[in-house]
Design a protein around this ligand. Structure first.
Ligand code: C5P
Length: 470
């Protein structure tokens, strides 16, 4: 395998390999490795059938390492430590591919880097061989993380300004992966306003950093902040990043915005009196917590309740139905919207500015007008309609029949129906027995805590959104 290069293969095979690589998102080299691993006898037959979509699981079977790091070595004295970094990463089963800047070669040789990495480093942007075999775009993307160590003041400046005039910066500009910098420079260069300005820009762009540390510099008599973090510290930062990534895989709503309304609304009659529905807000708040636990960014639009703001949730407090509609519209777009609020159906046509007085002429005649229906309004939006709109139906009789009618009338995707009759006990209580009504039919869940309903509902929503995005 050591003597095989893609360049030496027949043109027809290279063409099919290129198509196969384009279809799978892997490099041509990796496609060759994959085919060889599948069996030398079988390889020609497979090549003849190219291109065929090759799935990632196949790659995982043959890939020796679960994680791939692209290490960019820039030109600083700390580059010698990068050799140890490569070794430490490989010890942990992390595959390392290296790009060196031209200046880096003044400090360590491509030969020593290649010997430790197990593969020649990439150096030139316009190198026919590497462009053909891998290409700088694939180099930029075919990894799980790019680490720049040492990250000199110069490469940081070029990154902050989007330069792409050598292979290292072209790769850094073209990548869609996270970048971790291990800055290393003289303390005066680190403290310089220009470097700090660039660092701020890079951090705002999502670039991660490890170090620098304080200590002695290579130059005699120089000390301060600017020493590159030790290889094991950089490894720890890399592993932390990978662990965080693994954690978000358990958060199926990561990157999704979920909007929830909860609680009652208060519709003023005068400054001291109001019309309201009975609602504790417990179910809606539990849904907000459950959605945040699964990684969603959550906006909770809450009517007046006595519950505290759930942690990690953007809570917007409102009073009336009209305020709730306004806040809801402002919170869009959302991937899913769950309308658990008990919105008052009517408000007074004309709320008095002064307290109504008992003046002996009998009770006041309250003229009522209809409130906007928030659920129906959002369900019927032409643009900005959330992918999934879920309404609640609190019924005291014929729960499923009424809920089915509501699903149609409101135009939402699901109705979560519950029995709020005195016997049902859902109103203000901690438990709830619900039925999920959708176009697919009716599903009845056993009575459980409101937290349990919330978790089960949010897990269903995550599955639905996942299906919708495929
Ligand atoms: O029509 P009804 O009030 O029974 O419908 C209940 C569902 O509609 C709940 O999801 C509730 O949050 C929502 N709704 C609304 N705006 C209204 C009335 C109800 O969003 N004005």
């Amino acid at each position: 395998m050591g003597s095989l290069t893609v360049r030496n293969l027949p043109e027809s095979v290279k063409k099919r390999l290129r198509l196969r690589a384009a279809a799978s998102g892997r490099s041509m080299e990796e496609e060759v490795r994959l085919l060889l691993a599948e069996g030398a006898a079988d390889a020609p037959a497979k090549a003849a059938r190219m291109p065929e979509p090759a799935g990632r699981p196949e790659a995982a079977q043959t890939a020796p390492a679960a994680r791939r790091v692209l290490l960019v070595i820039a030109g600083g004295i700390a580059a010698y430590k990068s050799l140890d970094l490569i070794r430490r990463l490989r010890e942990r089963g992390i595959a390392v591919r290296v790009v060196m800047t031209r200046a880096a070669q003044e400090f360590v040789t491509p030969m020593s880097v290649g010997a430790i990495a197990g593969e020649k480093p990439f150096i030139e942007l316009f190198d026919q061989h590497s462009e053909f075999d891998v290409g700088h775009i694939r180099l930029a993307r075919d990894n799980d993380l790019i680490v720049v160590a040492p990250a000199t003041a110069d490469i940081m400046a070029r990154m902050a300004n989007g330069h792409a005039d050598d292979l290292a910066t072209a790769v850094l500009l073209a990548t869609n992966q996270r970048v971790l910098l291990a800055p290393a420079m003289n303390p005066a260069m680190w403290a310089n306003k220009a470097t700090q300005r660039n660092l701020k820009i890079l951090r705002a762009d999502g670039v991660l950093t490890a170090g620098p540390n304080a200590g002695e510099m290579a130059e005699s008599g120089e000390a301060g902040l600017g020493r590159m973090a030790e290889p094991l510290e950089i490894v720890a930062a890399i592993e932390k990043h990978f662990d965080a990534g693994a954690e978000t895989q358990n958060k199926p709503l990561a990157g999704k915005h979920v909007l929830i309304t909860a609680g009652p609304t208060h519709e003023p009659i005068d400054p001291v009196r109001y019309i309201a529905n009975r609602s504790s807000g417990k179910q809606g708040y539990a849904i907000a917590r459950a959605a945040a636990d699964l990684g969603a960014s959550v906006t909770l639009i809450s009517g007046p309740v006595t519950l505290p703001d759930p942690p990690g949730v953007k809570t917007v407090r409102v009073e009336s139905a009209r305020d709730m509609l306004k806040a809801t519209e402002q919170a869009l777009p959302a991937d899913a919207a769950i309308f658990a609020a008990a919105v008052a159906d009517w408000r007074t046509a004309d709320a008095g500015e002064q307290k109504l007085k008992k003046d002996g002429s009998g009770p006041p005649q309250l003229a009522l007008v209809e409130n906007p229906d928030i659920l129906a309004t959002v369900s019927k939006l032409k643009s900005k309609r959330p992918t999934l709109v879920v309404g609640f139906a609190a019924e005291t009789e014929k729960v499923i029949e009424h809920a089915k009618a509501k699903l149609k009338r409101k135009g939402c995707d699901w109705i979560v129906a519950n029995d709020v009759s005195a016997e049902g006990g859902a109103m203000g209580g901690d438990d709830n027995a619900v039925h999920i009504i959708s176009a697919a039919g009716v599903e009845s869940w056993p009575s459980q805590s409101k937290d349990g309903v919330a978790r089960q509902l949010v897990a269903r929503i995550a599955t639905e959104l996942d299906g919708a995005s495929k």
